[in-house]
Design a protein around this ligand. Sequence first.
Ligand SMILES: Cc1cc2nc3c(=O)[nH]c(=O)nc-3n(C[C@H](O)[C@H](O)[C@H](O)COP(=O)(O)OP(=O)(O)OC[C@H]3O[C@@H](n4cnc5c(N)ncnc54)[C@H](O)[C@@H]3O)c2cc1C
Length: 422
Amino acid sequence: MPTATTAPDQEKHPSPAADIAVIGGGPAGLLAAQHLAEAGYRVRVYEAQGTVGRKFLVAGHGGFNLTNAEPTSAFETRYGARQASFAQFLTHFSPADLRQWVASLGLETFVGTSGRVFPTAEYKPAQLLRAWLDRLHTLGVEINVRHRWLGFTAGGLRLHHESAGQELEVRPAAVVLALGGASWAKTGSDGHWVTAFAALGVAHAPFAPANCGAEVAWSTFFRTKVGRAPLKNIALGSGSQIVRGEVMLTEYGLEGTPAYALTPALRAALAAGPPALLHLNLKPDLTPEQLLHRLQKPRGGKSLAAFLEQTLRLGHPVATLLRELAPTAATAEPAVLAHLLQHLPVPVTGLRPLEEAISTAGGVAWDELDEHLMLRRRPGTFVAGEMLDWEAPTGGYLLQGCFSTGAWAARGVQQWLRTHQP
Ligand SMILES: Cc1cc2nc3c(=O)[nH]c(=O)nc-3n(C[C@H](O)[C@H](O)[C@H](O)COP(=O)(O)OP(=O)(O)OC[C@H]3O[C@@H](n4cnc5c(N)ncnc54)[C@H](O)[C@@H]3O)c2cc1C
């Protein structure tokens, strides 16, 4: 394979400002690129796929929840063990900054239920990405698609230009790596970067699925009878954590926001030995007394399904679910039935595979980074986005985390170059 020492198009655009390479054209990388270009640097983005922002567009299909309007004090807590670091990142590039950034691209956002922020209905995700790419083009950011980063050289980066079948080395003044997590590999985030990091001696926490479905070993009867069915307005708990919302019963188990939010708790419980128990409350708005009162109404000859429908407006999957998980429910006393309806144990046998997960837990170990998100073992190389070891629930916290770390890495690059630029 021929080897070039510089990218062929690099020589066409000489610039007095330092060259920065951003590897990975997802939201973290592209925001870092924008901030650095706005600061006057010459920025080149290298992206392995034929187009940038593929996972960003996939997020768009699922509602495109860009961020959340909840107060910063609550927002920060969504990053769990990384709260202190994210408090700093969110101060530098806040949810309000994100909305302002969308507005600066000529699009509008609105606050939906539970504070979730979306672009207004008339805007498609592709429009936001197109407006963003136009802005980057205006700023002079060069986007090189089909350029796969292979690893580090002594003073630069090894890339493979996939269309030309050519390997090349670039030697930028600073680098931002934003290669994503390891779910939905078809969007480009395949997690293969761990090999190059390991060669440098950089440790990473193992990848694990986050915000993913929970597996339950339903009987064939249940699978056939229920298939996919929503359970609306429920509460799902694991240990002391309880999440309200809607779950979907699927042929493999459960999915939906409450199940996703409980992934870290489930992961920990499963590590101690499956099954991990979830507690399902099918009537969280009723007190135990109110529920019992309704269940004490005469049932007559009605089936459990008809009785639950009539007294509690609980639809058909609930009776089948009770029979599946608590076979004695059909004939249980009102007090026992009331307890089951608010504390139904759901045995989870596993989590859905990483490939299907909305996000990835694990990634570059925090100890490997300084407070500017620079690799201690590789000064001048910064890391941003989902490839870092953090996780957060759905609700806009993932994209906000990626944008905020991208902005923070760009800030780190500028500070570093002020003292280290040749
Ligand atoms: C189905 C789904 C729905 C989602 N919905 C939401 C939502 O509504 N709200 C929300 O906040 N989040 C959502 N997310 C999560 C969000 O999309 C991700 O957290 C976010 O895209 C991660 O951004 P990133 O820039 O870190 O990485 P990515 O977006 O994964 O981008 C990384 C880029 O790096 C490139 N790359 C990888 N390796 C190389 C290499 N060796 N060389 C060059 N380039 C490389 C990849 O091709 C990719 O383009 C969703 C995710 C999924 C899968």
